[in-house]
Design a protein. Structure first.
Length: 239
């Protein structure tokens, strides 16, 4: 019988191909991605990782096995450390780059899964962030000479063997959850995994487009001008 993770990975092949072929990832791979676009992504990632860490902590609280609790709690801590170390000194004041619609929707989805209280479904929803980043980082590490690469630190973070080990552990937990769950719960796990994978594509696409919330007129009907996230970051980096 196929493992849950094997089936879920195969079922999201089209989504993952779209991620691989996205211009953001292509530019990240060859180093041609505009710095302002990358900084916009990092700002959004900083917001996202705080929400993701909360969802991981809630997953730890729902875990019945002590080893699972320890893993999810450690992962929540690690998410905060990544936000602090990878983003330190590179991102403007986050007030100038509020959470994007895509990032907000992704975090809301994860916290909603946590609030509903199904540990297997929450674990499945959290897995794509581990796995897609690990897969992307590993393939970039294997195929690139990173000397002088402008985004080498990002690639090395997600191509790191320790992150691969954490991803493998998350996959094992999710597979065990699926093997101990009813068919209806497993179906919900697959739906959660696929939705999170779609949000991964949406997150990178939003960073590529410099997505912001729509601007509306004020009480007097005058148009309110809002710079895109990338424009705000570029202005800050030159200011």
């Amino acid at each position: 019988m196929d493992r849950f993770t094997d089936t879920a990975w195969a079922d999201t092949a089209t989504i993952r191909r779209a991620i691989d072929e996205h211009p953001f990832l292509l530019g990240l791979r060859d180093g041609t991605l505009a710095e302002a676009t990358f900084l916009g992504y990092l700002a959004q990632d900083a917001h996202y990782l705080l929400g993701y860490a909360r969802a991981l902590a809630m997953c730890a609280a729902q875990a019945s096995h002590p080893d699972d609790l320890s893993f999810w709690a450690r992962s929540a801590h690690d998410a905060i450390e990544v936000e602090r170390t990878l983003h330190a000194g590179r991102v403007l004041d986050l007030d100038a780059a509020p959470p994007s619609p895509a990032g907000t929707a992704y975090v809301t989805f994860l916290l909603g899964a946590a609030a509903r209280g199904s540990y297997p479904v929450l674990a499945a929803a959290l897995l794509p962030c581990f796995w897609i980043y690990q897969d992307t980082g590993q393939r970039l590490m294997d195929g690139l000479d990173l000397s002088g690469h402008p985004y080498a630190d990002w690639i090395q973070t997600y191509g790191d063997p320790d992150f691969a080990a954490a991803t493998a552990r998350a996959k094992d937990i999710v597979d065990r959850c699926a093997s101990n769950s009813s068919a209806s719960v497993v179906a919900d796990m697959h739906a959660a995994f696929a939705t999170a994978a779609r949000y991964e594509w949406m997150f990178w696409d939003a960073a590529w487009r410099g997505e912001t919330w729509p601007a509306f007129g004020d009480a007097k009907g005058r148009a309110t001008s809002t710079a895109t996230t990338n424009e705000a970051i570029e202005a800050d980096s030159h200011g």
